[in-house]
Design a protein around this ligand. Structure first.
Ligand code: ASP
Length: 441
């Protein structure tokens, strides 16, 4: 007989914002018996203008630490949980748990402990509602003394712990320090918990349930209603996120990528939609497009250095980079031509250092010219389909030229799934729209 496969389902704050959302979550979990481990966020906003529980807990802790009254705010938090418990008819002693937390705040607990209680309480409610075992993350997710995740200890401890429970709810966002104190990940960290749990139970899939229908092909503030990406590889995702596309917490990718587990982003409010699959190996089911997504960022500077015969000069590149290193400037790209070398940096890196940098490059390399061009935007057009499609760059540059966009830099060398162009900040939106239209519409 085939043993049952395991999926891990993580639900974000908006998916657990009130009793109605809890009902959707239960319908999703119970519709697939493979959804055996569920990771819960703290209740998020129910509507625009609402407050997130995590923010309220941080605020309570601040008030308590300053000796200010925090009871009114804490009552609001308590109300959110008792309402959910009441509406769903849950038996778990949520009032008792809330009172313990109020006491801990009064006794001067630290911000991490206070904030972690958002997911702790949410997990208690969800475990009761799903009839799953509640497993406290502090028993299986471990940080080292410096607060960094102890990945190996966690992997060993958490898999042994969860093996005892065929179905469990684990609160997201936190774990324990070596001395047992609670420690949280950075904000949005329940995504990381989901990934860690998926690795620990050797899941076939990590489902990340949220309130968007999937990853979009472009920023919806720039392109009107961009299409959803059906499937994206980990490599493509890395290229896009580096350029500013945000999907999951960055640190959530690593544990599952390493373990060979795919991620799927799904919408709790539209569970019949397939969402976006982040895959190691593309399944081939998805509609094959030439490009997968477009992302970009503004505010880069290009330092452009020219010197005839620089190619023949030993150590030229090293000396340019030495100048940057001495001034503690890190760079993003390094496109080079025959007698030119460009260094692209985030603009803020050069603040207060421009004159010094120019001087130092002159001293070290004796170039024909050095200039800094500011206010440049970089746009990455990413797609595994580009490798095989002929004429992709021609199409891209044609689209940009028809849109009247002047391309100031091109970098296609190092990754065949990504073409990066540099344009003036002012042309950024127009350029992204032109590329999107050329390839998608
Ligand atoms: N509740 C935490 C936050 O708001 C963690 C999370 O939701 O992922 O950052």
């Amino acid at each position: 007989m085939k043993t049952m496969e395991t999926k891990v389902a993580k639900f974000g704050g908006s998916s657990l914002a009130d009793a109605g959302q809890f009902q959707k979550v239960r319908a999703i979990v119970s519709s697939d018996p493979e959804r055996r481990y569920v990771v819960a966020s703290a209740p998020g906003k129910r509507h625009a203008g609402d407050k997130k529980i995590t923010d309220m807990l941080y605020a309570c802790q601040c008030l308590a630490a300053e000796g200010e009254p925090f009871d009114a705010l804490f009552d609001e938090i308590a109300g959110r949980y008792t309402n959910i418990a009441g509406e769903l008819g849950l038996a778990v002693d949520i009032r008792g748990a809330l009172e313990d937390i109020r006491q801990a705040l009064r006794a001067g607990c630290d911000p991490d402990f206070a904030a972690s209680r958002g997911e702790y309480l949410s997990g208690l409610l969800l475990a009761d509602y799903l009839d799953y075992t509640f497993v406290d993350a502090a028993q299986g997710i471990f940080f080292d003394k410096s607060g960094a995740l102890d990945a190996e200890r966690t992997q060993a401890g958490l898999s042994a712990l969860l093996e005892q429970y065929p179905r469990a709810v684990i609160p997201g966002f936190y774990g324990a320090l070596p001395d047992g104190r609670v420690h949280t990940f950075s904000r949005g960290g329940s995504d990381i918990t989901g990934a860690i749990v998926a690795r620990a139970v050797n899941a076939i899939l990590y489902e990340n349930w949220t309130d968007v229908p999937g990853c979009l092909m472009a920023d919806p503030r720039v392109v009107d209603q961009p299409d959803i990406i059906d499937e994206i590889t980990y490599r493509e995702l890395r290229e896009l996120s580096y350029m500013g596309a945000t999907v999951l917490h960055e640190d959530a990718i690593f544990p599952v990528r390493k373990a060979g587990i795919d991620i799927v982003i799904r919408d709790t409010n539209a569970p019949d939609q397939p969402g976006t699959r982040i895959a190691h190996v593309p399944s081939g089911d998805a509609r094959q497009r030439v490009i997968t997504g477009i992302a970009g960022r503004k505010d880069f500077s290009v330092i452009s250095i020219e010197k005839a015969m620089m190619n023949a000069e030993l150590g030229f590149g090293r000396r340019v980079l030495q100048a940057l290193e001495e001034l503690h400037i890190s760079f993003e790209h390094l496109p080079t031509g025959i007698d030119t070398m460009c260094v692209i940096c985030n603009e803020y890196q050069l603040d207060g250092k421009r004159e010094q940098l120019l001087r130092r490059i002159y001293e070290l390399t004796e170039p024909d010219s050095v200039e800094i061009h500011a206010q440049m935007a970089l746009i990455a057009t990413v797609g595994r389909g580009m490798v095989h499609a002929r004429g992709t760059s021609a199409k891209l540059f044609d689209a940009l030229s028809k849109a009247g966009v002047n391309v100031r830099m091109i970098d296609q060398g190092s990754s065949e799934i990504n073409i990066i162009v540099g344009v003036n900040n002012a042309d950024f939106e127009r350029a992204v729209r032109a590329i999107y239209t050329a390839f998608v519409e």
